[in-house]
Design a protein around this ligand. Structure first.
Ligand code: NAP
Ligand code: MG
Length: 504
């Protein structure tokens, strides 16, 4: 810990204090190692702006060392050829148990780094990360090839599913531990060796987790964490010829750089990007549920979710009623420091930069005539040192404004009326994104026909935001390619080999 934290915070656990008491180093080849340059960067508490910790700033040389360590573990087959699938399962299962055992520490680290309430990291981020590993722990013995009935009767042909190799996993700051786990759990289950590059704002939980992999029985080099800046550590992995695949979650802008940077060895790339997800409320919906659901569709995680329901379309006859209900619901939301003893419902946004971005959209919308039914401003008073934004509902906006079209990644929703089904399908699909879409209705025919008509990777009906390790998740259009979770993520992290044997 560099600066002392406000006295109103929940006391830090001794393990957290010890972990932050000295610079946290990259984890490579089974141990923490200082970067060659010996440079560090700092992470901040977004609730107070105070400095939390120094972290080793990995750069090109360090990426090279990490790739060599992962490459050696992979090429020697330490993790997938010498270890049986059953033993790989056990390691992954043990890591899930260790996440639960150290859950209180991981929850404090994510809450400090990201700003979200400790109650959220404790009950959502950490247990979902463990669930993910429990689910993928079941996969290693089930990753099967098939026998193919080829037409040459003197040939035996079968397929093997094998790991891609060394994979670089570049993750964002919105769910630090969980987004990294979404990637490394299937990658490890499939037998790959991984290098996790966490977001510069939130590297702490992945770095703490690294030490648990040793206790879980992972051979050195199988799991590595490379903290640093995207342009340095991230780009070095993307360009490295020893990396076989990149799994990325983040912005479309960086995704384009990753696709370009990966051409040297034509590595595989999968992308989970942003959204501007339409949330459609029909007049025939259970409106009480729709009001609460739509409020949390946008304000859950402070709008810092790739699936945030940030375009809200409400059937005109119930527009005023739904907006009045959401205004009421939003007024109940308590915003405050994520580590405050008096736990809030929402924390700050993640960084000064993100605060500036979001407020830029808010000011532009207000200048263009948007009406803020709630919010529309940064929060001051006791919260003035942190990056707090009032949950904001805009009306009097149109589909063509930047605030209605671009991903804001903050607590801002644009609410607009609509009149009929054909119209709303067209408007909902008129976006460059396609990550998620949702609707609220009691008409089962409408529900299923819209589920087909909406162009997005996930459709939520009378609910929002649900994901589970077993169910595939990913985007259409510029929301990315590839599917995380479920069986699909195993496909994403494996290659298919076809074997021919002549039998006469
Ligand atoms: P970002 O720049 O796309 O960051 C995502 C990850 O990519 C981070 O680990 C980042 O490292 C890394 N990165 C950045 N530049 C890179 C490069 N040239 N090569 C390889 N890796 C690189 O996202 P951001 O700047 O944190 O946030 C900006 C916007 O992205 C948000 O406002 C939001 O719209 C979107 N976003 C979407 C998601 C999502 O879940 N889909 C998540 C986060 C952000 P650094 O942390 O060092 O930059
Ligand atoms: Mg960035």
């Amino acid at each position: 810990m560099i600066d002392s934290l406000p006295e109103t915070y929940i006391p830090l656990l001794p393990e957290v204090k010890a972990f932050l008491s000295q610079p946290v180093m990259p984890y490579i080849g089974g141990r923490y190692v200082a970067p060659r340059s010996e440079q560090v960067f700092e992470t901040y508490d977004p609730s107070s702006g105070r400095r939390l910790a120094q972290v080793g700033r990995a750069q090109k040389d360090d990426a090279d060392v990490a790739v060599k360590a992962a490459r050696a573990a992979f090429d020697q087959g330490d993790w997938w050829l010498k270890m049986s699938p059953a033993d790989r399962s056990k390691c992954i299962w043990r890591l899930a148990e260790l996440i639960e055992k150290h859950g209180a520490v991981l929850a404090q680290l994510d809450s400090l780094d990201n700003g979200k309430p400790l109650e959220t990291t404790r009950t959502v981020d950490v247990p979902l990360s463990a669930d993910h590993l429990y689910y993928y722990a079941g996969w290693p013995p089930r990753i099967e090839g098939s026998t193919i009935p080829v037409s040459q009767h003197t040939m035996f042909n079968y397929t093997l599913r094998e790991p891609v190799g060394v994979v670089g996993l570049i993750s964002p700051w919105n769910y630090p531990l969980l987004m990294a786990t979404w990637k490394f759990a299937p990658a490890l289950a499939a037998g790959n060796c991984v290098i996790v590059k966490p977001a510069e704002q939130t590297p702490l939980s992945a770095l703490y987790l690294a030490r648990l992999t040793e206790e879980a029985g992972f051979p050195p080099g199988v799991f590595n964490v490379l903290p640093g800046y995207g342009e340095e550590a991230g780009a070095a992995l993307v360009e490295h010829h020893g990396v076989d695949k990149i799994g990325f979650t983040g912005s479309v802008e960086v995704a384009r750089k990753i696709v370009q940077g990966s051409t040297g060895n034509l590595k595989r790339v999968s992308l989970e990007l942003g959204g501007k997800s339409p949330n459609i409320v029909f007049a025939d919906a259970d409106l009480e549920r729709a009001v609460v659901g739509s409020t949390w569709a946008i304000f859950g995680n402070n709008g810092q979710s790739c699936t945030a329901g940030s375009r809200l379309y409400i059937e005109r006859s119930v527009f005023d009623q739904v907006i009045a209900g959401m205004k009421e619901e939003t007024r109940k939301i308590r915003v405050g420091p994520g580590m405050a003893q008096q736990q809030p419902d929402l924390g700050p946004v993640v960084s000064d930069e993100q605060l500036g971005r979001v407020m830029g959209y808010v000011h532009e919308a207000l200048e263009q005539g948007a009406q803020a039914v709630t919010g529309g401003a940064r929060m001051g008073g006791l919260l003035q040192d942190g990056y707090f934004i009032e949950p904001t509902i805009f009306t009097n906006v149109t589909d063509d404004l930047r605030v209605s079209r671009e991903e804001i990644f903050g607590p801002v929703v644009c609410a607009m009326p609509f009149d009929d089904v054909e119209e709303i399908i067209g408007r909902a699909n008129d976006t460059e994104f396609g990550l998620a879409a949702g609707l609220w209705t009691t008409d089962v025919r409408k529900a299923h026909s819209l589920a087909k008509a909406l162009r997005a990777g996930t459709i939520w009906i009378n609910t929002w935001g649900d994901t589970e390790a077993a169910s595939p998740f990913g985007g259409y259009k510029q929301s990315g390619y590839g599917r995380e979770m479920g069986k699909e993520a195993i496909d994403l992290y494996t290659e298919v080999k076809s074997v021919w044997l002549k039998t006469n």
